[in-house]
Design a protein around this ligand. Structure first.
Ligand SMILES: NC(=O)c1ccc[n+]([C@@H]2O[C@H](COP(=O)([O-])OP(=O)(O)OC[C@H]3O[C@@H](n4cnc5c(N)ncnc54)[C@H](OP(=O)(O)O)[C@@H]3O)[C@@H](O)[C@H]2O)c1
Length: 325
């Protein structure tokens, strides 16, 4: 598998990584631990060695499952986790409420120092390859946050520093106080905000970009049919594009672009992944999965890039599709 460096950090990642949010169960209607462990181990076997998680994914559960799955395989994995979202104290910038917990953005130095220890414990390791600020905390100066992350890197607890959900201005502010090796924006065919902002910025500054939700949480695979229902606690049921009238339009859009995938012997899931990987500035796609078969399927998109004509045809069909109604 071709590897790409995140900024100048020396941390090298494959073009497709495993997103471990759904593995934590929270907002995805629960989890199956042994199946999740099998999924992670299969991903590593196939070269999908970049594993993205966060403390908030299942209130620690995603990191714990990852730690269990990596016993004896730690050296084959690139662990990317995050800091900056807390649910055990009401300090910082209020972010959201879920399952009776109030979650705050908190990137204060002392908090990061405590959180990194908790993540290392759950992940059963002595180092994190990429440590990312999950969401910008406007109540803490970025100078303080970057000082904390620089100190952690110097102490060998983290190898690279990343940000997620940051604007270009927020990246610039961080860069005044330290090194940013990667950025993690949301990006897929249906949500293209990053290509006018973070993608060109990071490309110019040689900052790696790991894009999240490349398949719009499974919608772009074509497997979310009109009949598909979601269990209680799976928040996709509330998202605009998942509403039946919008699903109908998405399914029609997918039929219009399916010949591009089929022309290469690929699936719609592959097309969604290859589409993000074909965009300038994208280092890797973080693709969520909870079953080994999904990982086996998704890895096949890692080497596929779309031609200019194919990208133009998809643009044309996206213009036909428009926005969710
Ligand atoms: N930084 C942030 O704020 C942030 C936010 C969101 C996500 N992320 C990261 O990005 C990762 C990926 O994003 P995501 O999980 O939101 O969305 P995604 O990758 O677009 O979609 C993942 C979902 O698609 C379905 N799927 C996977 N492979 C499939 C296949 N071959 N065929 C059909 N369906 C398939 C699975 O759901 P079902 O099987 O349940 O249908 C899976 O959980 C996350 O896990 C997380 O690591 C970060």
């Amino acid at each position: 598998m071709e590897l790409r460096e995140l900024g100048k950090s020396g941390v090298k990642v494959p073009p497709v990584g495993l997103g471990c949010w759904a593995i934590g169960g929270w907002r995805w209607g629960g989890t199956d631990v042994s199946q999740s462990i099998a999924t992670i181990q299969r991903a590593i076997d196939l070269g999908m060695t970049l594993l993205d998680t966060a403390p908030v994914y299942g209130w620690g559960l995603s990191e714990e499952i990852l730690g269990r799955a990596l016993e004896g395989r730690r050296d084959h994995a690139i662990i990317a986790t995050k800091c900056g979202l807390v649910w055990d104290c009401e300090e910082g910038q209020f972010h959201f409420e879920s399952e009776g917990r109030r979650v705050f953005r908190n990137s204060r130095k002392e908090r990061i120092f405590a959180d990194v220890e908790a993540s290392l414990r759950r992940l059963r390791t002595d180092r994190i390859d990429l440590y990312q600020i999950h969401w910008p905390d406007e109540t803490t100066p970025f100078e303080e946050t970057m000082e904390a992350l620089t100190a952690l890197r110097e102490a060998g607890k983290i190898r690279a520093v990343g940000v997620s959900n940051f604007t270009v201005e927020q990246h610039l502010e961080c860069l005044r106080y330290g090194v940013v090796d990667s950025s993690q924006p949301r990006y897929n065919m249906l949500d293209r905000k990053a290509e006018k902002s973070v993608l060109p910025f990071c490309r110019k500054r040689r900052i790696g970009v790991l894009v999240y939700s490349p398949m719009e949480q499974g919608l772009l695979t074509g497997r979310v049919t009109l009949e598909r229902t979601f269990p209680e606690g799976d928040y996709r049921a509330q998202r605009p594009w998942f509403q039946p009238h919008n699903r109908r339009r998405i399914l029609e859009f997918l039929e219009r672009v399916r010949p591009i995938a089929e022309g290469h012997g690929k699936s719609l899931a592959h097309l969604a992944i290859a589409w993000v990987l074909s965009q300038p500035g994208v280092t890797a796609a973080l693709v969520g999965a909870r079953r080994p078969e999904q990982v086996e399927h998704n890895i096949e998109a890692a080497q596929w890039r779309l031609s200019a004509e194919e990208l133009a045809k998809i643009d044309e069909e996206l213009a036909w599709l428009g926005k969710p109604q």
